[in-house]
Write a protein that binds this ligand. Sequence first.
Ligand code: B16
Ligand code: MG
Length: 212
Amino acid sequence: KYNAIIFDLDGVICHTDQYHYEAWKAVADELGIYFDEAINNRLRGVSRMESFEIILERYEKEMSEADKEHWLTKKNEIYKALLKNMSPADLSLEVKETLDGLRESGHKLAIGSSSKNARFILGQLGLGEYFDAISDGNNISKSKPDPEVFVKAAEYIEEAQKHCLVVEDAEAGLKAAIAGGMDCAAIGDAVGCGLGTYNLATFSDLLKVVEN
Ligand code: B16
Ligand code: MG
């Protein structure tokens, strides 16, 4: 049924929540805005600017677009410095073995991530050359729940959307897959929202999903 699997990156292939948290916390502290892990969870799968808008809900004053850009650049500099701590040791054996298994069974494998740092993160994990295509925050004009990032991924690997399965950890990502006419497998927090065609208890469950 599926010729290709399109993976979200953060929260599916790897976990960068803590680094996003530390970088946003540094920015929020400088601005005197309250920020905690619960607010950080709302930023999952959301673009950088939209993430900042959520943080600014607790900011009393108005902020100019130029100032917003300044803080976004600052957040990304802190975040990228933290990403340098990532290495192939951060890629779990389960994820690597499952990806290899899916490839051996003839599936094309692509990335569909909102992040502009997707290629950098994949390089840190030792997956720089691994995927057949990467669609990320650099090639889209609308972020999830818009389907653009996944539609582009399907285009890059030359597969019809109905033959692609998306794997996502965020509700916005599941909505994006559905809007793009694709089935989706929910993992982690996304399981709770009930939008997944399948719910994965663990990453390797994907092997069972594609067998059927
Ligand atoms: P960046 P995904 C998303 O990645 C993250 O989940 C989200 O928290 C982040 O704000 C977004 O990428 C943009 O990331 O600032 O690196 O461009 O889950 O779509 O792989
Ligand atoms: Mg994600």
